[in-house]
Design a protein around this ligand. Sequence first.
Ligand code: HEC
Length: 142
Amino acid sequence: MKGRNKLVVLVVILAGLLSATARTGLLAKYAERQTVVPRTQLDSVKTDPETGLAVDDQLMLVKAQCTACHSSKLILQSHFSRDKWIERIRWMQRTQKLWDLGESEPVILAYLVKHYGPVERPFDGRREPLKNVKWHKLETGR
Ligand code: HEC
């Protein structure tokens, strides 16, 4: 094969590789978005009237351990993955005197990820779109 032909073959191979990685990169981005919808976004999930936290068997435990220092709103507004929740708990333990959660930790974590896990849409820190809006019916009075 002549030098010039070799070069052409090389360029074609490189272009193929590049487009393949670009596509898998896109796929990975897409896969990231396919995360679970937090159960609290489903209207069927009951919430505790006092704290707004989702009602399930772990509510009392989470309420006792996680609303002693601050409002439950800090939890309600969060949409963290399991790793991120662990990181937040470690941060509170390091800097905010949060105690060792011991055997409760995995239970609390499961509750947090189940109810306050990542959102389906990329969450940019703004509020979620309104749901169940009761629009006024405009009268077309003549
Ligand atoms: C010992 C006190 C204490 C306890 C108990 C505590 N926290 Fe916190 N937490 C803090 C403080 C202090 C902050 C910072 C508050 C602020 O920024 O105003 C904080 C912040 C947070 C934030 C906001 C962090 C962020 O980066 O957005 C979340 C979420 C949170 N806590 C969740 C929890 C959960 C879940 C629990 C139960 C495992 C818990 N906290 C228990 C002291 C505590």
